[in-house]
Design a protein around this ligand. Structure first.
Ligand code: SF4
Length: 380
């Protein structure tokens, strides 16, 4: 296991560590300006909880995990059987994040706690290496980034991914990574080496080019321009890079101008394929998202309620409309028939356009940028 970080900022040191006032809140306490976060525990395997000015407002709960190789539940529609998630919670803080509810299993809430109470499996690489060494391990594909982002900001300090990638590749296990984190660039040499040992898939999640919208709805992520640069760097390094363009947000990022900009930018960056689909609002996410819409775009709150009804999906009519637009702009920018990435962010990993076969909608012809808006369903 690596040396602990931020020892001086530990909030609840492990037994035997320096704790001058016996408060359990660490020798030096949280650093000046850092919130005095108190872990909402018990949390299995907790070593300590840490906050630091570098990550203002975020508390990291360092745990030792007994197992990190997770088997996907039987009956899941996901196209992979095994996952590794070194972090729980995600400081990228996407309002629409579908994984929010999973934080409630740890007795955190699905809103602000998901963004700010991050569980770090500090021994992930060591445990994984042991699990992969078992004779029973079948070397099936392992997906990373299925629940939270493995290249969220904390990875810059904890550096869990190099050990995880190395353990998977050395054991002959194919892997795929989906992320919004430009920190992945740090590991490009390692990923290139891994790709010489096993099949490696890399996907970048990017569904808008509007920097302001991204800042508002994905406040902890590197912005669209930074992610486009990452795609180019991966391609320049000779690695494949698909894109998960989800979620497309009704009335916020689904205009023809927005879609044209998105697919055009992805093509210019060299993305090898794109999968796109509409916002999906599962319970836990829905409440958080609707609060955000009501606060930031009150004029859209009623329209979103009507569009989603009491369910998780936009109306079938909207999804069909969006699928047609996505197909058109994909074709326009050379992605016709391409498939970008196949895991997470939606329950249907194929994306919306795959659910509506070619020809099921009136084709969008030249000048669609002007005409498509007129054809958008107006029932919601
Ligand atoms: S980067 Fe992914 S895991 Fe993290 S908050 Fe955003 S959608 Fe959720």
């Amino acid at each position: 296991m690596e040396v602990m970080r931020w020892d001086a900022q530990a909030l609840n040191p492990a037994p035997g560590e320096h704790d001058p006032d016996g408060s359990g809140k660490g020798g030096s306490g949280s650093a000046a300006g850092a919130p005095a976060a108190v872990p909402l525990l018990p949390l299995a395997g907790l070593v300590r909880s840490v906050s630091t000015p570098e990550f203002a407002g975020v508390t990291f709960h360092e745990v030792t995990a007994k197992s990190v190789l997770n088997k996907v539940a039987a009956g899941s529609r996901m196209p992979f059987e095994w996952t590794v998630n070194p972090y729980r919670g995600c400081s990228h803080a996407c309002v629409y994040c579908f994984a929010r509810k999973s934080h409630t299993y740890l007795d955190f809430d699905a809103g602000l706690d998901f963004d700010s109470q991050v569980v770090v499996k500090i021994n992930a690489a060591d445990v994984l290496r042991k699990e992969l060494a078992k004779p029973s391990w079948g070397r099936q594909h392992v997906a990373l980034g299925t629940n939270t982002d493995p290249y969220q900001r904390a990875e810059g300090r904890y550096r869990l991914m190099p050990g995880i990638i190395g353990a998977l590749a050395d054991s002959g296990t194919p892997l795929s990574i989906l992320t919004k984190g430009t920190l992945l660039a740090r590991d490009i040499p390692l990923l290139k080496h891994a790709a010489s040992q096993v099949p490696v898939g890399i996907g970048i999640s990017l569904a808008m080019t509007d920097e302001q919208l991204s800042e508002a709805i994905e406040p902890g992520t590197p912005g669209p321009r930074a992610r486009l640069k990452l795609i180019s760097r991966l391609r320049d390094a000779g690695l494949p890079c698909g894109v998960m363009a989800m979620p497309i947000l009704p009335w916020l990022s689904d205009s023809d101008e927005a879609l044209d900009s998105l697919f055009g930018s992805l093509a210019a960056a060299g993305a090898t394929g794109v999968t796109a689909g509409a916002l999906y609002l599962k319970p836990g996410t829905r409440e958080w998202f609707m609060q955000w819409i009501a606060a930031r775009h009150p004029e859209l709150a009623g329209r979103y309620r009507r569009l989603y009804g009491t369910g998780s999906y936009a109306s079938k009519e909207y999804r069909a409309w969006l699928a047609g637009r996505v197909r058109y702009f994909k074709a326009r920018h050379g992605f016709a028939g391409s498939h970008g990435f196949s895991h997470r962010d939606v329950d249907d990993p194929r994306g919306e356009e795959a659910a509506y076969p070619e020809g099921s909608l009136p084709p969008a012809g030249a000048g669609a940028a002007a005409s498509a808006q007129a054809s958008q369903p107006t029932l919601f």
